[in-house]
Ligand binder design. Structure first.
Ligand code: GDP
Length: 316
């Protein structure tokens, strides 16, 4: 498929390169020989408008991948909702407006499948966005992410900016947050299972009923999809990225038992939230652009566990 935009010889800023998504995008771009611009979180606060404008004006990126965001699992979303709405609104407003001011040629913004309405019918098509009420446990995050998508659309409509949005399903991979309280389900359960195995504990605590279903994509596969979108997509509508297949949390917990070698039992915690019951994406558009996931859930979990163990041993 011919490119509609070429990344060749472009300066590509990956905002949020220390995180799960950003680090995967950087690995892929560098492996393909592209010039990648990054700035450490400690060196630039993306919530600070004048600092962002100054930095972008000085570095003049041609392309921006906006992977920086305040993210977390259902626990974190419910514990610090003000940070989820404020940090994300500020980051998006500053970077997207900054990209317009600095005449960035292409910007890719990341939404999330959890910003679709809570009752959206699976497989969820892109046009389900804003067609119903949001899941209350992450509504502040969702409102901020919807604002980012609307900004991309508005800057495209008013100023002709080539700003696009992707809507990934639940993601996992290196550089994820393994904190037991604030992390997403895969890193949290992996860290719990690993800790239980080492401590000789017999029980792995799984939040909720185990019946909700989630669709998981390995971060390297997302990075490949984002490159496809940068080079082959230009449109106002966000594009879903996922495997198109989901798994119950109970079945996921069994896979994590298997990969970590934890041999105890699963305990489902009814006092913890389930969140949305189902949110499987329709992935027809991204597949029509020639992308397909390459990493099975079993392989991805094994890769992540290797990464986690190497890091865990280094730290401890
Ligand atoms: P969500 O897709 O935004 O709900 O993100 P999460 O990854 O936080 O949660 C996905 C599902 O996994 C929810 O139904 C959680 O209740 C369930 N879950 C089970 N155990 C855990 C855990 O230890 N941590 C988290 N975050 N979720 C868990």
């Amino acid at each position: 498929m011919p490119n509609i935009y070429s990344l060749k010889n472009k300066t590509i800023w990956v905002a949020g390169h220390e995180g799960l998504v950003g680090s995967a995008v950087v690995r892929l771009l560098e492996a393909q020989g592209y010039e990648v611009l990054t700035v450490a979180r400690a060196g630039l606060d993306l919530r600070d408008q004048s600092a962002v404008q100054r930095w972008m004006g000085a570095h003049k990126p041609d392309v921006v991948v906006l992977a920086a965001a305040k993210v977390g699992g259902i626990g974190a979303n419910m514990a610090v909702p003000a940070e989820f709405i404020y940090d994300n609104l500020m980051i998006e407003a500053n970077v997207i407006h900054g990209a317009y001011v600095c005449e960035v040629e292409k910007l890719l913004f990341l939404g999330s499948s959890c910003i679709y309405p809570k009752d959206a019918q699976s497989p969820i098509k892109e046009d389900a966005l804003m067609s119903g009420a949001l899941e209350p446990s992450n509504a502040p995050y969702a409102v901020a992410k919807i604002a980012g998508i609307e900004m991309c659309k508005a800057y495209r409509a008013q100023y002709g900016c080539d700003f696009i949005s992707a809507m990934p399903c639940n993601l996992y991979g290196p550089n994820d947050n393994f904190d037991l309280e604030s992390g997403h389900v895969i890193p949290a359960l992996m860290a719990k299972a690993h800790g239980a195995k080492l401590a000789g504990d017999n029980v792995l605590s799984v939040w909720g009923s185990g019946r909700p279903r989630r669709e998981f994509l390995y971060s390297n596969d997302l990075a490949a999809a984002l490159l496809v979108l940068l080079e082959h997509y230009s449109g106002a509508a966000p594009v879903n990225v996922g495997t198109g297949e989901d798994i119950s949390i109970a079945a996921l917990a069994k896979e994590i038992k298997h990969v970590t070698g934890f041999e105890g039992t699963l305990e489902f915690r009814a006092d913890k939230p389930d969140g949305v019951f189902e949110k499987r994406l329709d992935t027809g558009i991204i597949r029509s652009l020639g992308w397909a996931p390459q990493t099975s859930l079993q392989d991805g979990l094994a890769l992540l566990y290797q990464w986690y163990q190497a890091r865990h041993i280094k730290i401890s």
